[in-house]
Write a protein that binds this ligand. Structure first.
Ligand code: NDP
Length: 322
């Protein structure tokens, strides 16, 4: 079968579309025929070595498809089930062996491509909006990269919970998408000073929570946007890592909180995974949550997809089709 692997860390050219042996399911595993793999920023981190993996590694942490075989002891799924998953490397492939514990059977009415688009970024937006800082009516949140994969979903979920949403984006076209997803206000942080704009939009009061996936270029200023006892949620670093941090800043900025969460810790048990995925996929089925999945690349062109993501040319979800 074909897969996209990295043998040597590097740029998009490090992605090799090549033949690899077909997987057979070990105890507790199921083999999934991948209909679509989700592209996520974490794939860039693994390709470049920001996150470590033994080489060669098949990239891809998310897919939707159909179970073709199960190993001994598997009770969660059976051959023929339409499933989606995240958190297991190896999705950039025609077939993937996945611990059955991580598989979620898709509800009727949700396709495997939608499953691939919803799992990683959807459950991330879900835990950010409902668990890390459970947004409520009266809260205002700042969502950086609001037209991105996580961003568009986070805007929608924040609005579903009754919060006011201020988004940041790099272009007018992205601003339109963020507004359609529910952002009340959108700041072009490439041309406008987002700190001054947030202060203006909140009458100097600041926001209860900053959702920061951009990191290096936004992190420090984000603290100046927080209301007293608000929370800085640093959940990514698309622009690069933030520097060292002095906890005294938390005092100076108004007894604020800082957390650096990971989806892994918010879906660690099967019960939490099923509850979170169930709610997200249910919203997709009911039309309450819109997935933007216009951008699809053949799996063999994964390098092109990486270039587009890193050059900020993508919006919403990007899928790779084997
Ligand atoms: P996005 O679709 O959001 O793509 C990244 C976006 O970041 C770009 O489109 C761009 O939006 C913005 N950006 C700002 N500066 C840069 C830069 N210098 N280079 C590239 N992009 C930049 O990606 P994802 O939705 O896949 O992921 C978003 C972030 O969330 C990533 O940092 C990822 O690691 C993180 N994440 C964290 C998780 C967790 O549990 N901790 C889980 C999932 C994702 P614009 O052009 O509008 O500035």
């Amino acid at each position: 079968m074909k897969a996209v692997r990295v043998h040597t860390l590097g740029g998009p050219e490090a992605l090799r579309y090549e033949d690899v042996p077909e997987p057979t399911p070990k105890a507790g595993e199921a083999v999934v025929k991948v209909d679509a793999a989700g592209l996520n920023y974490i794939d860039v981190y693994f390709r470049t070595g920001v996150y470590k993996a033994a080489l060669p590694v098949t990239l891809g942490m998310e897919a939707g498809g159909t179970v073709t075989a199960v190993g001994p002891g598997v009770t969660e799924v059976q051959a023929g089930d339409r499933v989606a998953y995240t958190g297991v490397p190896g999705a950039y492939a025609e077939l993937a062996a996945v611990p059955a514990q991580r598989l979620v059977v898709l509800p009727a009415g949700v396709g495997t491509r939608q499953g691939a688009a919803a799992m990683l970024q959807g459950m991330t937006a879900h835990y950010l909006a409902s668990s890390t800082w459970p947004l409520k009516s009266g809260d205002t949140c700042l969502v950086h990269a609001a037209a991105g994969g996580v961003g568009l979903l986070l805007c929608q979920m924040a609005r579903m919970r009754g919060a006011r949403v201020i988004g940041t984006v790099s272009t007018e076209a992205k601003a339109r998408l963020a507004r359609e997803a529910g952002a009340d206000e959108v700041i072009l942080y490439t041309t406008q000073d987002f700190e001054a704009e947030v202060k203006r939009l909140t009458d100097g009061k600041g926001v209860q929570v900053v959702y920061d996936s951009v990191g290096k270029t936004t992190f420090d200023k984000g603290f100046n946007c927080l209301a007293p006892r608000g929370m800085m949620i640093l959940y990514g670093q698309s622009s690069g890592p933030v520097g060292t941090f002095d906890p005294q800043v938390l005092n100076q900025k108004g007894s604020v909180f800082l957390t650096r969460p990971s989806l892994f810790h918010y879906t660690a048990t099967r019960a939490e995974l099923l509850a979170r995925a169930g709610e997200v996929l249910g919203w997709v089925r009911d039309g309450a949550l819109k997935l933007r999945t216009e951008l699809e690349f053949p799996l063999k062109d994964a390098a092109e997809a990486h270039r587009a993501l890193e050059a900020r040319r993508t919006t919403g979800k990007v899928l790779l089709i084997p």
